[in-house]
Design a protein around this ligand. Structure first.
Ligand SMILES: Cc1cc2nc3c(=O)[nH]c(=O)nc-3n(C[C@H](O)[C@H](O)[C@H](O)COP(=O)(O)OP(=O)(O)OC[C@H]3O[C@@H](n4cnc5c(N)ncnc54)[C@H](O)[C@@H]3O)c2cc1C
Length: 361
């Protein structure tokens, strides 16, 4: 058997069909047989979850449609364990799938940081559809407290306030709302939230969540519904399996996004701790996960041998359906002063979000 034939017959398993996993699978599947393992039938498209929460119509393509024409078999299942020595993945169905090369792209989930009641009474973005139903089924409008002044919290608060003007939306955060944006960008975010009637509570540590509100260092904040958007964390599967991870549980990788402890495992997207020279540790984002997936698709189908390279360009936010922010940033993620705001910013964000789906292939 020639080396070329041997390479052709490798069985590559991709875990996760988010921005990273799905784009890697379509790229690798141009040349190799790939098994893609993910529980959903339709692309998750997490950056639209705040729209789902607000009752906006979903536009998520079927995964099998994205995979058309590629040598990829979608196995609808959830991985429960990895045996890195035997090179096997254990699924929730009890099946075991063997691999020669594994692409680990399980992404991340909302982190509750052990705050009492947060997981029980708070709705994370992952439960957006349930949140929509709770709002629709409420006897009367009330108060929604959104916890987290980062991008997800801002987008959630704006979208919910615009879709449900009879509800009072409170945005509660330990620091400053959108504090990392340029002065111009942040001023626009605050003006948009103010226009939508969102009440801000900054520098407020949430110490507990109850069925009827938040406990904070400054006292109770009554709320009929709580949205928890504090931050994201990787799934523990990588650490449990014995992959080398950083203190946050993200897998350590080399310059080709291969696990530093198990080079036959490529780790991409939110699950990976990726350090790019001159840029630093990449943040968890669709904007970083998609290029990692596309890169791994090219690497494993023999279309590149170069190290992974990345520079930031912009960060964008939707502020309801008619407003948005496109904040230009330097390659190392520091802010530029320039920002596109208002309807132009909203159109730019929509174009990027729609373009993401096209870039999956
Ligand atoms: C409301 C919201 C808005 C956001 N907006 C932006 C934005 O504007 N810009 C931006 O850059 N980022 C944004 N993000 C962050 C972005 O969504 C994530 O960083 C991104 O989804 C990470 O991509 P990923 O491919 O690593 O993982 P994910 O998109 O999380 O996909 C993970 C995949 O793994 C699957 N999976 C999970 N566990 C298992 C298992 N055990 N077995 C098999 N499969 C499994 C999932 O079902 C999914 O298919 C936003 C996030 C949220 C919640």
């Amino acid at each position: 058997m020639t080396a070329q034939q041997h390479t052709e017959q490798r069985h590559i398993v991709v875990l996760g069909a988010g921005y990273a996993g799905l784009s890697a699978a379509t790229g690798i599947g141009r040349r190799h047989r790939v098994t893609l393992i993910a529980p959903e039938t339709h692309f998750l498209h997490r950056v639209r979850q705040h729209e789902t929460a607000a009752g906006r119509p979903g536009r998520r393509p079927a995964i099998d449609h994205v995979l058309r024409g590629r040598r990829v078999t979608h196995h609808q299942a959830r991985a429960t364990a990895l045996d890195l020595n035997a090179r096997k993945v254990v699924l929730d169905s009890g099946e075991v799938v063997a691999y020669d090369t594994l692409v680990y792209a399980l992404g991340s989930r909302t982190a509750f940081h052990g705050v009492p009641g947060a997981a029980e009474h708070g709705y994370p973005a992952e439960r957006a559809a349930e949140l929509r139903q709770r709002i629709a089924g409420a006897a009367a409008p009330g108060t929604i407290a959104v916890v987290g002044g980062g991008a997800t919290g801002i987008e959630m608060a704006a979208e919910l306030a615009e879709a449900h003007p009879a509800w009072q939306v409170e945005l509660v955060t330990a620091g400053r709302v959108g504090g990392w944006f340029s002065d111009r960008g942040r001023a626009h975010v605050l003006a948009a939230l103010d226009r939508l009637g969102v009440h801000l509570r900054e520098h407020t540590d949430v110490t507990g969540v109850e069925p009827d509100g938040l406990l904070t260092a400054d006292g109770r904040v009554p709320a009929d519904l709580v949205v928890w958007a504090a931050s994201m964390e990787p799934y523990p599967l990588a650490a449990e399996a014995g992959l080398a991870v950083d203190p946050d549980g993200r897998a350590l990788v080399d310059d080709r996004l291969r696990s530093t402890s198990h080079p036959e495992v490529h780790v991409i997207g939110d699950a990976a701790a990726v350090d790019v020279p001159g840029v630093g540790r990449l943040r968890m984002a669709c904007a970083t996960a998609l290029p990692m997936g596309r890169y791994t698709g090219r690497l494993l189908s023999g279309r590149t041998a170069e190290p992974f390279a990345y520079r930031y360009v912009a960060q964008c936010l939707s502020l309801g359906r008619k407003d948005g922010l496109l904040q230009l940033i330097h390659g190392d993620d520091s802010m530029r002063t320039a920002a596109l705001t208002g309807f132009g910013g909203r159109l730019a964000k929509a174009a990027i979000v729609n373009g993401v789906v096209m870039s999956l292939r």
